[in-house]
Design a protein around this ligand. Sequence first.
Ligand SMILES: [Zn+2]
Length: 482
Amino acid sequence: MRLARPTALVFLLCSVSVSAEPVTHRYTVTIDYSMSRLWVEARFSHPVNSVIARSHDAGKFLLDVRGCSDDQQIRMRNLRMMLPAHGISCMNYTVDLERAAREHPYDKMLAPENIIVSPSYWMWRPELRNGTTIQVKFRLPENVQVSVPWQQLPGDGPVYLLSQSPESAFAPAVFGNFDYRELKVPGATLRVSLLNGVEEMDNESIVKWINATATDVSLAYGRFPSPSPQVVVIPVGNGRSNERSAVPFGRVIRDGGETVELQVDQTQSLEALLADWTATHEFSHLMLPYVDRKYRWISEGFAQYYQNVLLARSGAYDDLYAWQKIYDGFERGRQSRPELSPNEATNGDVRNGLMKVYWSGAAIALMADVQLRERSGGNESLDDVLGRFQECCLPSDRAWSGPELFAQLDELASSPVFTPLYRRFADTAGFPDTSDLFERLGLAVSRGKVHIRFFAELRAIRKSILKTDDTTASWRAQLAAN
Ligand SMILES: [Zn+2]
């Protein structure tokens, strides 16, 4: 995540699963042309006696709920649906979509022809354990499209498959009239929704920027890590500050699929967008699965490391600038709550530990990368191990712990690198000492400024980490110039 805004808290109500066999429930979701109401018909593969909506506020937006036949009574208690103990096989309910949309924090940034309402507010469903899935078919008027992160099924009309996921936050569902594009990058088709804001946006420039930053991430191991993520671009204008960045906020959500949400200042140029690191950072997150928040320093750290490495490989940063950014980040991490370990700093109650959370994992990523390259004589790198991880384990439908992730990466490396680094640093106060490593890489530092030495023990490794991909670099340069 790019800094600041707290992620929505997740409230998961408990429910009882009647069957342990993988099953598919079938939902039909209908919306009216003015997007004021949403009707759901839910047909269950077997009688269910409990459904949940992930938001504890969802009940506020329910206008009506009933079973499909008279003997299937559904009551509401404390904003929860109470189904008969013997279960029901079908139900219908109506959601006040207009009101739910108004409560979305981005509502004021959007033009009225498009709205965002998370399925957490309108999707009442059994638990998705043991391979249970829901096939959702949308029935939409001509002027209304939908964007959700769920797996799109082939066939006529918008039909999706919802299955178990880490549910890291509330995914967006976008409804209305917006610019939808399918953008092909190596190994993936991005499902990009360019929303209409209060002021106009140059969508062609935005698409070029998304294309370039997603391509950056394919420079790690030749393909984008997630086959078909939902990308939602929200134009937020330039706010009140003159110094506002081109991309003030971004985040990744793993809820029913993978979403990358990017807020952009549409008044800024394509050149300014291409110089901003946010999208490269967010897309880099997809190289790892959702890592439990207790170990967030790993996911943030790897994204910080890769955002700088990839922006150098794509020619947006020169080598010296990238190493300087990495050095500056490490220094900020070093000064941030030095009495705490990375695991302690990641505890949600800790104040002023954010830079340790963002950079200690980056230092460990650099250490792992150099060790892998050094041990293999340049035949294996962090890119290779993450590429193998993508093949075996991504996208993942669950949260991973830090030790579990590092153990899996070691399984995929020719010799263990990650778990030893975890044991050495995860619960150790302070910041990983990278001074010796910098010295060996030929990165001299004086008065906070990095200098690159020609002669250095690990010169070849230093150069290979940031090696520019010439084709990408010339394409990016052309984009920025036009
Ligand atoms: Zn991040």
